[in-house]
Design a protein around this ligand. Structure first.
Ligand SMILES: Nc1ncnc2c1ncn2[C@@H]1O[C@H](COP(=O)(O)OP(=O)(O)OP(=O)(O)O)[C@@H](O)[C@H]1O
Length: 500
């Protein structure tokens, strides 16, 4: 008997059939991977399982019994715990309070804080992170720390099934290893894990079986994860052949032009110090390093969103006004930031409005808005990135996570900048759309755009960049042509701090 059987699950949103009869069967003790393109319905399915969405049709059979999950607490009480993409912890509460929230011993957190603290500390120790204090406020923890609290909460509720939705997206390599170790221990104890990730190599590493969904339907159920090649899985997800090379065979190398962007001695106390590099027209410079090494802060400072304590940024030899986004944008700099929700998108506004946000003056010449042009340009870019559903008037907040990320990147592609700063552009983006993004980046550099790329996926930095700066704790450890570095070199440097 499977631990969980979801059968014929249907979920409707206004105008969208997000799930159109999905089946999923999970056994105790397995890592069951859920694969699908952006917008396929993965998050909707697991929100149904977590009690956050009520299905419009279908049944959920849990340990042989048909059940209804009326709320996340109801699911948690049954032993179904979820770690969402956007973590569902309560920032104003402490670690211990979050862990025991909704627990039948909830009184622990509130009336017997000493017991709650001791149990929370024991759970965090078991998860390999005794340095996280039960009294810390959850909102102050890093993404990895918050995820551990979610995991501790699952353990506190004796979860029999843990759903992890892209848990590694915000983690550094050593944190990923720790997470996989914990997952291994849990499955050895009979806990099942439903695992969602766009990083297919992770599925090879820890997956037992795979279910593939496409357009809200199950297209392959319970495949043996190791019995199928990555390209077979990708083809099942996409329903077509997908080429995912960083560079295409026969693609001519881009001729580099003059230095476009020059960053000299840029420092911000507590974030990064003395960062210097240049980017020539047509060049991609990659910033490798762990989450928290200062890479995003460097990009934001170049963009003027943070003011440097010292240092200068010049474009075409002209210095920018420090701390002025207007000065950076006027000089042709664009930043596609990493945290799409908090920094980049106006969630209630339409897709088109969000994509054209940076280019409004181009489209409103002579005081009237050139709606048709705006519409055509953004539609063409979004079609290339395979935005789903391709409905330009839909509020961007109703798109799936990966599709929101595509909208952020599309904004700067439509805007046509000369220096493009990309912060984790492929986070949460499926393999097919990644391949298209890589092609677009190549076209941009071929037309003379200079690109600075931050990515936590080292193969991506090595595959795309001409030169790589390796950063650790706000310092640049080394700057080398990508061809002279291997993944292992970079990992050694970012973990140990030794410059190769
Ligand atoms: N609250 C909502 N309102 C309207 N439509 C929604 C809502 N939530 C999801 N959808 C739609 O449901 C479909 C499935 O989205 P879902 O987030 O489940 O995809 P996903 O497979 O998790 O994608 P990703 O890999 O990008 O995270 C998409 O078409 C999405 O736009």
């Amino acid at each position: 008997m499977p631990l969980l059987a979801m059968r014929g699950i249907v979920k409707l949103f206004p105008g969208v059939r997000a799930l159109d009869g999905v089946d999923l069967e999970v056994r105790a003790g397995e890592v069951h991977c859920l694969l699908g393109q952006n917008g396929a319905g993965k998050s909707t399915l697991i929100k149904t399982l977590a009690g956050a969405h009520q299905p419009d049709a279908g049944e959920i059979v849990w340990q042989g019994e048909t059940i209804e999950l009326s709320s996340p607490v109801a699911a948690l009480r049954r032993g179904i715990a979820t770690m969402y993409q956007e973590l569902d912890l309560i920032p104003g509460l402490s670690v211990a309070e979050n862990i025991f929230l909704g627990h039948e011993h909830a009184r622990y957190g509130f009336t017997r804080p000493a017991v709650a603290r001791a149990e929370a500390a024991a759970l965090l120790e078991r998860l390999g992170h005794p340095e996280i204090s039960p009294d810390d406020e959850v909102g102050d923890l890093s993404a990895a720390g918050q995820q551990l609290v979610s995991m501790a909460r699952a353990l506190a509720h004796d979860a029999k099934l843990i759903v992890a939705d892209e848990p590694t997206a915000a983690l550094a390599a050593d944190e990923v290893d720790n997470l996989f170790r914990i997952i291994g221990e849990l499955t050895d104890q009979g806990v099942a894990v439903v695992y969602i990730s766009h990083r297919l190599e992770e599925i090879r590493r820890i997956g037992d079986r795979v279910t593939v969904i496409k357009d809200g339907r199950t297209v392959a159920a319970g495949l043996d994860a190791r019995g199928h090649s990555t390209s077979e899985l990708v083809d099942l997800m996409a329903g077509r052949k997908v080429q995912t090379a960083f560079r295409e065979a026969g693609q001519a190398p881009v001729e580099l032009g003059d230095v476009l962007l020059d960053v000299r001695g840029l420092s911000r106390a507590g974030e990064f110090s003395d960062v210097s590099f240049t980017v020539r027209a047509g060049e991609i410079v990659g910033l490798a390093g762990l989450v928290g090494s200062g890479r995003s802060e460097v990009l934001e400072t170049i963009f003027g969103a943070r003011k440097p304590d010292s240092g200068v940024v010049t474009v075409d030899g002209k210095p920018l006004r420090p701390g002025s986004v207007a000065s950076a944008v006027n000089a042709g700099i664009g930043l596609a930031p990493e945290e799409r929700k908090s920094q980049a998108l106006l969630l209630d506004m339409s897709v088109t409005h969000n994509v054209t946000l940076a280019s409004l003056d181009r489209y409103s010449k002579f005081g009237f808005s050139l709606r048709d042009k705006e519409f055509r340009d953004s539609l063409a870019t979004l079609e290339r990135l395979d935005l789903r559903p391709i409905e330009p008037d839909r509020p961007v907040g109703t798109l799936s996570g990966g599709n929101q990320q595509k909208a952020v990147v599309a904004r700067w592609l439509v805007h046509g900048c000369r220096v493009l700063l990309l912060d984790e552009p492929t986070r949460g983006v499926d393999v097919g759309a990644r391949a298209e993004l890589y092609r677009l980046m190549h076209e941009l550099t071929a037309s003379g755009v200079a690109v600075v790329l931050v990515s936590s996926e080292i193969p991506e930095v090595l595959g795309l960049a001409d030169r790589v700066l390796v950063m650790r704790e706000g310092q640049v450890l080394t700057e080398r042509p990508a061809a002279e570095l291997t993944e292992a070199d970079i990992l050694d440097m970012v973990m140990e701090g030794s410059a190769a």
